[in-house]
Design a protein around this ligand. Structure first.
Ligand SMILES: Nc1nc2c(c(=O)[nH]1)N[C@H]1C(S)=C(S)[C@@H](COP(=O)(O)OP(=O)(O)OC[C@H]3O[C@@H](n4cnc5c(=O)[nH]c(N)nc54)[C@H](O)[C@@H]3O)O[C@H]1N2
Ligand SMILES: Nc1nc2c(c(=O)[nH]1)N[C@H]1C(S)=C(S)[C@@H](COP(=O)(O)OP(=O)(O)OC[C@H]3O[C@@H](n4cnc5c(=O)[nH]c(N)nc54)[C@H](O)[C@@H]3O)O[C@H]1N2
Ligand code: SF4
Ligand SMILES: [Mo]
Length: 673
């Protein structure tokens, strides 16, 4: 067979949706590189994707359907055919619908692939079935809620404006790991003379590139932003003309909230000294065009939405929005560019179906609801590893009466608990259409190679299951490409006929934002709403975190690593080798007060769980905070549990998001644990 180079898209949950060039020889992928013509990628891939062929052709790939033969979670299976698998699944579901009703079936999916068709492929199926619905809020809905409270539906500014900024602030984002192209742009701005600040809870690799790093107490950024705005107001550094024309409720904010937010009062909440808060406020206001890139880390707290809301006020009070390069970039939202309802088909929902938070899977599987969850269908997600409160999730998955189906590429922590495992294709074996959340770029992804073994795409599995259920609804007889065409065949100001044609042909394109995101405020009042009477809190103010009241002394940060993406990429041996499994970083002061030594095995614990780590003593983390990076598969770690045995099912203040970073623990030597 001849060799060829195919244009493709990186499918992972990353802001960039990079363009890939995939070299195929004899039906196998031999090399993957960054598309030099792609406006964001510019030829550069992150370390995770440089050898995507090692994931695609991994010896760990699941290649046939499997039936459980051992105990739940034991990992013993025998291969079965697709028709037996579909018969068993549909047979069991028909039975359950008869005894408990369709709501006893719960789908669980998130972001193994970000493509619009494959990611959402299960929605029409489960809507038609009448199953319970999953509230997909594990990532950062609190960010959206906080932004919306101030900015309404105003789209995000063009992130490439960062090149015109003189002060770039990477706030709660580990860009060197999670957003390498934004990192590149920030460093480029710095080379041209901009200052680069990082605001984080520990010294990340991103911090190494900064002029200055400010380490805050977890969940303390709202207090920092309020302290800065107190200084800005007190010293007359606000832009009163901009405020007068563009803001709603600034006067009330300045009268009722800011006077109490002195740097002295905010200091213990945010963990920075008063003089630093003073300086940050002054230098932010005096910068010509300060650009804030807002990450998701700081949103995963009980006060996450309020934190984002508060930070979003900064460019409003200083008028930074008026300057090219000034503003806050929270990530793009381009839902309006494609008619997703044509894939999701909410019109298939008949009657009332309950909504289950994906952050509370542990509760959902264990509590006596009416009806109880009797079947779980997991696809492109690994909840046994990534969902909070791992002990509760695993207790649920161990239930003998729970019928679990997992559609996966690999034998993940979750797949091990399945009754039936179905093999999934990778993005190079399936057709799809991608947009992304770090820029306004979009691209179509045609399959580059045939499915490996008997693997099937999400959409193709749901077509089979629909047939197995005996449905004759024509929607389920379409191919993925028919759905892609329906997404493209839609008139919208976001793309003209030329752009749509280029999309059809597989080129990377930039969508057009229909309104000026820095002048037209798409809020109910048409102004930037510092005051929002529709919110439970009408004005931004300091709020506490969940962990504040937990009574454990150390804040735990379950942070990201450059060499994995959530629990993805652990199948690649060389990427795993670049991380230390279950390493817990701790400040020398905290180690000394606990008589702990570097390299020692320790136990971190709280009311939810106990987790083994290897201690790494380092001043990269401040006293009071401990950090671990990566979401390890249980087969590669020493203890029984991963870091999410310590995280909680509690939700954020807005958006019902996860509070994965809002965790307190104690750490002891293993012999004392
Ligand atoms: N290499 C890699 N890339 C990824 C991922 C990955 O796991 N690995 N995950 C992908 C996904 S799903 C997402 S959502 C994005 C997330 O990408 P980011 O937005 O970068 O989010 P995180 O890395 O979770 O957290 C960012 C930083 O916030 C810090 N942080 C935590 N709490 C606070 C706080 O209270 N205040 C401040 N100022 N900082 C805080 C953390 O220490 C961390 O360094 O990245 C995507 N890209
Ligand atoms: N401790 C801790 N926990 C976290 C995080 C953290 O930083 N720390 N991050 C949180 C965040 S931000 C998020 S978004 C969630 C992410 O949670 P998930 O969306 O569950 O992400 P992954 O862990 O990447 O698991 C995705 C799985 O999908 C599979 N997959 C990939 N493509 C396909 C496909 O086309 N079809 C099928 N059927 N399967 C496929 C992959 O093999 C992989 O096992 O995790 C959250 N949990
Ligand atoms: S994970 Fe992100 S940075 Fe890496 S190749 Fe994919 S889109 Fe690009
Ligand atoms: Mo995420």
């Amino acid at each position: 067979m001849p060799s060829s180079s195919v244009r493709s898209v990186c499918p992972y949950d990353c802001p960039d949706a990079c363009g890939l060039l995939v070299e195929v020889e004899n039906g196998r992928v031999v090399r993957v590189s960054g598309d030099p013509q792609h406006p964001v990628t510019r030829g550069l891939l992150c370390p995770k994707m440089m050898h995507y062929e090692r994931t695609v052709h991994s010896p760990r790939r699941l290649l046939t359907p499997l039936l459980r033969t051992g105990a739940k979670g034991e990992g013993l299976f025998v291969p079965i055919t697709w028709s037996e698998a579909v018969e068993r699944i549909c047979g069991r579901w028909k039975q359950l619908i008869g005894t408990h009703g369709a709501q006893s079936i719960l789908p669980y999916s998130y972001a193994g692939t970000m493509g619009l068709v494959q990611r959402n492929a299960g929605h029409p199926f489960f809507h038609y079935l009448g199953a319970s619905r999953l509230e997909r809020t594990i990532c950062s809905p609190a960010k959206d809620a906080g932004w919306k409270a101030v900015m309404g539906d105003t789209p995000a500014m063009d992130p490439t404006e960062v090149s015109q900024s003189d002060l770039v602030i990477l706030w709660g984002i580990n860009a060197a790991a999670t957003s390498i192209h934004a990192m590149h742009d920030a460093q480029e701005a710095r080379r041209r003379g901009a200052r680069l600040w990082v605001i984080d809870t520990y010294r990340t690799p991103t911090a190494d590139a900064a002029d200055e790093t400010f380490l805050v107490k977890p969940g303390g950024d709202g207090a920092l932003a309020l302290g800065m705005m107190h200084v800005i107001a007190r010293e007359g550094l606000c832009d009163l003309a901009f405020i007068g024309e563009n803001l709603l409720g600034y006067e009330r904010f300045a009268d009722e909230i800011l006077p109490d937010c002195t740097p002295e009062r905010m200091a213990p909440v945010c963990g920075l000294p008063p003089e630093t808060i003073e300086r940050l406020g002054r230098e932010y206001a005096r910068a010509r065009a300060p650009f804030i890139r807002l990450g998701s880390g700081l949103t995963r707290y009980a006060n996450g939405a309020m934190t984002v809301r508060t930070i979003s006020c900064l460019p409003a009070v200083t008028g930074a929005w008026q300057k090219p390069g000034g503003g806050v970039f929270p990530g793009t939202s381009t839902g309006a560019a494609f008619p997703l309802q044509r894939v999701v088909r909410e019109d298939f929902i008949s009657g009332v179906s309950r909504l289950v938070s994906m952050n509370q899977l542990g509760n959902a599987l264990n509590e006596l609801a009416d009806p109880p969850v009797m079947s779980l269908y997991v696809y492109h997600s690994n909840p046994a590893a990534v969902a909070p409160d791992q002990n509760a999730v695993i207790r649920g998955l161990e239930r003998d009466d729970l019928f679990t189906v997992v559609h996966e590429r690999f034998m993940t922590d979750t797949a091990r608990f399945a009754d039936i495992v179905l093999p999934a294709t990778t993005s190079l074996e399936q057709d799809d259409l991608f947009r992304c959340y770090g820029s306004y770029q979009a691209q179509r992804n045609p399959a580059a190679i045939p499915p490996q073994g008997e693997a099937k795409s999400n959409w193709d599995v749901f077509r089979l299951l629909a047939a197995g259920m005996g449905w004759d609804e024509p929607f389920f007889q379409q191919e993925a490409n028919d759905l892609i065409e329906q997404l493209l065949d839609f008139e919208t100001p976001w793309r003209d006929a030329v752009i749509t044609q280029r999309l059809r042909e597989g080129e990377p394109v930039l969508l057009t934002v229909p309104t000026d995101p820095k002048r037209v405020w798409l809020t109910p009042s048409g102004k930037i709403e510092i005051l929002n009477l529709l919110e439970p809190e009408p004005l931004p103010r300091p709020l506490t975190t969940h962990a504040d009241g937990d009574g454990f002394p150390l804040r735990l940060q379950p942070a990201t690593t450059p060499f994995a993406l959530n629990s993805s990429f652990y199948e690649q041996d060389d990427l795993r080798a670049r991380q230390t499994p279950m390493q817990l970083m701790m400040n020398p002061l905290d180690a000394a007060s606990r008589a702990l030594t570097d390299g020692q095995e320790v136990l971190a614990s709280n009311d939810r769980g106990r987790v083994c780590f290897t201690l790494r003593i380092t001043d990269r983390v401040p006293a009071g905070t401990v950090v671990t990076e990566g979401v390890w598969w249980r087969e590669f770690i020493p203890g029984e549990r991963g870091v999410n045995a310590l995280t909680s099912q509690r939700l954020t203040d807005g958006g019902r998001g996860s509070t994965l970073y809002d965790v307190a623990v104690e750490v002891k030597g293993q012999e004392n644990g």
